[in-house]
Write a protein of this length. Structure first.
Length: 535
């Protein structure tokens, strides 16, 4: 690509992410939650998710729930752990159950625009209303304050919000709750669910994210996630897993006498057959054939399923959700194949494989471009993202806008993006992580990581730390140079706002072939883009 105008034109700033505090009705709750320890903002302590003296205190969560009458014992639950795919799998399962007519509670994290997104209620699947959440907070506040006093102020933001979700699920008399673990599994605040309340547990994947907090190895991570397995309750595995890691999980299931269903078994057939685009938005047409004949006899054959969630990894999440539905059916829940199909097809999530409309792209100043938001932030998810982009738009010019948290594998992420196909331009920027800046990685440090990854891969880059870069950007419009041809251009931008301006300049110079712009590296940059659309 020929490029000749990279300049910073906006002052430093981070696009605001909407939270509870943006709703005046929620100010009291927002202020209370902001006063609590929030590990999403501060980062996780070493060993937080392990069975050690440093691990989170699950007893504290049990004592808190006892104050509210143990509401989590009033409904059945599907409990989901895993390094990647938890949120998507939870969404697929919830939509299948809603389609069948069940009232479903769904608890996930993190959120995109408002904390209310973490709690979905009823048959509509809408976020909990501000009024309902506000009324609940004022009702339980005296007990929260008493608990906080007795626990020496140690109750966290996540523990309080988890407790509120479980109280709401009981209050609203949901038929079933789909609950995503926050960290690991064994020591996570959600892991107060007993075997009598668990319909099925799910482990989607095991990767190296949160390595220090989960014991320092892939094996300790697997053991932590296996902590959600309960006596006699079926376990659904997503996968694929490294063989010895899967063995750790299966051995734990065996000790708990839990039947295991694997979405990745050789008897199953899940394939992406083709892609199609309707109203500017792509979807993949898939076959999902599940045939379980070992521990549980069940099957489902779905052909030409139209998934809005793109990529092989989302197909795997859909297959995992299908296996969960079949397990529930085996336990006596009424779930038809058509409800499974419809639930899968109607699932979409903010910031995950999300394509903006042409009108939304125009609001961002990216007229004519295909704009994709995806919260990939690990090397595994980066690889899946790149594969999806190249399969969907194999010849399109690619621009990536990347912001990441400080505790991620920046080099590994960059390596997967760069090795997946030619990327014309990477704009490295900054976005607030969980509403704060302490975990935000400076754009200049991200650039160093991308340079290191490109050197390891032998890929030529042209970046804004080079003298030649300044020579190119100082040229007037129309006096193009071949200096950057065939190389990936790396540029640092201090904010999303300046990244959008630079991306628009690139599109303007490209002419009719606009290409694909991908915002990634964190759900928080996806949130920043969506927030800029709505205000």
């Amino acid at each position: 690509m020929l490029l000749s105008s990279f300049r910073r034109e906006f002052a430093r700033g981070v696009c605001p992410i909407r939270t509870l505090s943006s709703n005046p009705e929620m100010k009291d709750l927002s202020d209370y939650l902001d006063s609590l320890k929030n590990f999403e903002k501060s980062g996780l302590p070493r060993g937080a998710g392990t069975d050690s003296d440093e691990g989170f205190d699950l007893g504290r969560m049990r004592r808190l729930m006892e104050r509210f009458g143990n509401p989590h014992t009033n409904f059945k639950a599907v409990h989901i752990a895993g390094t990647k795919g938890k949120g998507s799998t939870a969404a697929f399962i919830s939509n299948i159950l809603r389609t069948e007519g069940y009232s479903v509670g769904c608890y996930t994290s993190p959120h995109i625009l408002t904390t209310r997104e973490r709690i979905l209620l009823g048959r509509s699947g809408h976020p909990v209303s501000a009024k309902l959440l506000n009324d609940l907070f004022h009702r339980i506040k005296p007990k929260l304050e008493q608990a906080m006093k007795e626990e020496n102020g140690c109750i966290s933001h996540f523990e309080v919000f988890t407790a509120m979700a479980f109280v709401l699920f009981a209050d609203e008399n949901v038929d079933i709750a789909v609950i995503e673990a926050g960290l690991g599994g064994a020591r996570d605040a959600t892991n107060i669910i007993s075997s009598s309340g668990l319909a099925a547990s799910v482990i989607t994947t095991v990767g190296e994210e949160h390595l220090a907090a989960l014991g320092g190895s892939l094996e300790t991570i697997a053991m932590a996630k296996a902590g959600i397995i309960k006596q006699g309750c079926p376990l659904v595995l997503g996968g694929p897993f490294v063989p010895h890691i899967e063995r750790i999980i299966r051995d734990k299931a065996a000790t708990m006498e839990s039947p295991v269903v694997s979405a990745y078994d050789t008897g199953n057939r899940c394939t992406v057959k083709s892609f199609s685009i309707v109203n500017g938005r792509p979807y993949q047409i898939c076959d999902i054939v599940i045939q379980v004949v070992k521990d549980l006899k069940m099957s489902c054959k779905l052909h030409d399923v139209k998934l809005k969630m793109l990529g092989d990894h989302q197909l795997q999440n859909a297959a995992t959700a299908t296996c969960v539905a079949l397990c529930l059916r085996n336990l006596g829940w009424s779930i038809s194949d058509e409800s499974i199909r419809s639930g899968l097809e109607h699932t979409h999530l903010l910031g995950r494989s999300q394509f903006l409309t042409s009108e939304e792209a125009e609001v961002l100043g990216l007229t004519g471009a295909t704009v994709l938001l995806d919260g990939a932030h690990t090397k595994e998810s980066a690889k899946a993202l790149m594969k999806t982009v190249k399969m969907t738009f194999p010849k399109a010019p690619l621009i990536f806008v990347v912001a990441m948290a400080s505790d991620k594998d920046h080099v590994g992420f960059a390596r997967e993006i760069l090795s997946g196909g030619h990327v014309e331009t990477v704009l490295l920027t900054e976005a607030a992580i969980a509403g704060g800046v302490t975990r935000t990685t400076p754009a200049s440090l991200l650039r160093d990581s991308w340079i290191k990854a490109s050197d390891e891969l032998g890929i030529g880059t042209f970046h804004d730390g080079m003298g030649e870069y300044n020579e190119l950007t100082d040229q007037p419009v129309g006096s193009e140079s071949n200096l950057a041809d065939g190389m990936t251009i790396l540029a640092t931008e201090s904010s999303l706002k300046s990244s959008l301006r630079t991306a628009n300049k690139i599109l303007t110079r490209r002419g009719e072939e606009k290409g694909v712009i991908v915002f990634t590296g964190s759900l928080h940059i996806a949130a920043s883009v969506l927030a800029s659309l709505s205000g």
